[in-house]
Design a protein around this ligand. Sequence first.
Ligand code: GRG
Length: 289
Amino acid sequence: MTTFNEFRAHYTPLIDDYLQKHLATEVDDQKISQIMSYSVMAGGKRLRPLLFLATLDALDQQITDHDLRIACGIELIHTYSLIHDDLPAMDNDDYRRGKLTSHKKWGEAEAILAGDALLPLGIQWISEGSQSAALATIITKAVGPNGMVGGQYLDIDSTNNDSVAGDSQFINRMEWLKTGCLIQASVEMAAVAAGASAEQKKQLLVFSRAFGRSYQIYDDLVDVVETSEEAGKATHKDQEAGKNNTLTLLGIKESRLELIKLIDEAKASLTGLNGTVLAGFLALYQKVL
Ligand code: GRG
């Protein structure tokens, strides 16, 4: 039986190598390739690609090179969202993943274009195989106006808006769209790629919903409990920036309790699956509990 740490130690370098090599060889212009690669290779945790691969593992699938390409496609899309989120017109951040943000390093137009280039390249990598249409539908829905971008819009629209400060339904929806949808899509695409049964798919969707919601609460808690060196980005920013999130709604103590509840829910959803590696993702939260 493989543990989460063994799985992560095996696949993270494979993901990193794939991303580096294929951004260098599949993007014709060396300059934009370098700008895209700067942010992709800046040292993210590779959470979403690992989640995709771990879901295949939970369904006893042998992981192929094609699966690795899909996993890396998800990371390209995630990196696009971070580059655009950091722009002056959005969160206006100087550091991400411990390095200067893309616009600080290369300029604003370059950062916008690097993000714009990563999104379709990610969709291309995800949708090249035999399940092209099904996977393309899942990923484009997850990151479009009824998914990640929709959530980002609600975030921007509600910043410094006191009328949503206590509105838990609004905040849950915004956070789910912004963070949860891409996490759920990573799990759902693996379920489709592995030909999971209806019951297995149902269980995995319960897992991904609990995990997606818990990850945003975790990220909000990181903002208050970690220093910027530890997090590799500015921290203690959300409250100052007038952000409305689960943390501002519930406070630290209740957010931690909510996180514990979601961890239990996520673990319980894995009964009957080969879920050791997937369950291991939940250990990530220990540092904020
Ligand atoms: C489309 C402009 C645009 C934005 C999309 C995802 C998103 C909305 C913005 C990013 C802001 C943010 C902090 C969202 C919450 C999701 C999240 C926790 C991102 C950080 O992901 P990690 O922790 O980061 O996986 P690494 O660097 O490890 O990949």
